[in-house]
Design a protein around this ligand. Structure first.
Ligand SMILES: C[S@@+](CC[C@H](N)C(=O)[O-])C[C@H]1O[C@@H](n2cnc3c(N)ncnc32)[C@H](O)[C@@H]1O
Length: 307
């Protein structure tokens, strides 16, 4: 399974107002979701991270919704963006099928000071990285899993998440000059943003049982490889093949039929256009990608949003 990313960290004390929970609903149609007024950013760099297309995602998000669901949460770029805007007064349900990632989210939500203490004590050093990479992380606490994942994510090569057949993390050391490994203020901001989130390790289709009329579900699955047509069968580096993509369309369609707001992102492969041609509107966005991307001379590729 290959997962990874592009993103950043950051901090802003303005987010520390005491009343995140009491924030009045601003996504009620009175205010468009474009105002970047609080700094809380993903605490991981994740492949396919959506920071680059946040303006387009915001433009296509519903103006009013109840609970927010993100069943392929990865780095959670849209979740943190909506949190920053105070647009999640009804809470959120975040899930992914990567158990270490999910445990890291729980660690940051529930034990952020422990996470900060651990990450802050890890040196930027190749020998230490190689030792960390091999630690039996699945027997650790959620806070230690979070610290482990943040550390390897910030110091490894290209922000990739790649494990071998034994689920052993095997990305080489990144050798970056001075990576920002620990950002305590942003981690605390992430913890506050996650404080009202239900976080689960589960396959994406479970959202169909949970989402209710008026909720908003954002699906950001592993993308269909760019060259894929209907003759594409199953293999992808992510393990997310044609049958998964077809199931995703079916889940999204049934949610729409029940009055749930749905937004999906995917590549601009011919297969994606075909899968979503009935019952969805499709919108193109141009995005700069540095991982698994095909340049077009200007370093940008076209991705698709469906709703
Ligand atoms: C493209 S990434 C999501 C990126 C994320 N939106 C962000 O902004 O960083 C896709 C995610 O889907 C997860 N995933 C892959 N197959 C899945 C499945 N069958 N069910 C749930 N999650 C899955 C991966 O672990 C990965 O975190």
């Amino acid at each position: 399974m290959m997962r990874a990313a592009l993103a950043s960290t950051g901090s802003d004390l303005r987010f520390q107002r005491p009343s995140f929970i009491a924030t009045p609903p601003v996504n009620d149609g009175a205010r468009p979701i474009t105002q970047d007024d609080e700094a809380v950013r993903p605490f991981l760099k994740w492949v396919g991270g959506k920071r680059a297309i946040l303006p387009a995602l915001s433009a296509h998000a519903p103006r009013a919704f109840r609970r927010y669901h993100e069943p392929f949460v990865g780095g959670g770029a849209l979740f943190f963006h909506l949190s920053r805007l105070g647009s999640l007064p009804h809470g959120a349900a975040l899930s992914d099928n990567n158990e270490r990632l999910v445990r890291a989210y729980k660690g940051v939500r529930d034990r952020v000071e422990d996470v900060i203490r651990h990450v802050g004590s890890y040196p930027h050093d190749k020998t230490f990285y190689l030792e960390m990479r091999d630690r039996p992380v699945d027997s650790f606490s959620d806070a230690e899993v979070a610290a482990w994942l943040i550390y390897v994510n910030r110091t490894e090569y290209n922000g990739l998440y790649h494990v071998n057949q034994q689920n052993r993390f095997n990305v080489p050391f990144g050798d970056y000059e001075n990576p920002r490994i620990c950002d305590p203020e942003n981690l605390r901001a992430c913890s506050r943003a996650l404080s009202r989130a239900d976080i689960r390790c589960e396959p994406f289709d479970v959202v169909a049982e949970r989402a209710e009329r008026g909720d908003f579900v954002y699906f950001d699955p592993p993308y269909v490889p760019l060259s894929s047509t209907s003759s594409f069968t199953s293999y992808t580096a992510s393990g997310f093949g044609l049958s998964h993509q077809q199931k995703l369309v079916a889940v999204a369609r049934s949610l729409k039929a029940r009055g749930v707001h749905v937004l999906l992102s995917n590549s601009s492969a011919p297969l994606v256009r075909e899968l979503y041609k009935d019952g969805f509107s499709t919108h193109e966005v141009r995005v700069a990608r540095s991982v698994n991307s095909r340049g077009d001379g200007r370093g940008k590729i076209v991705e698709l949003l469906m709703k």
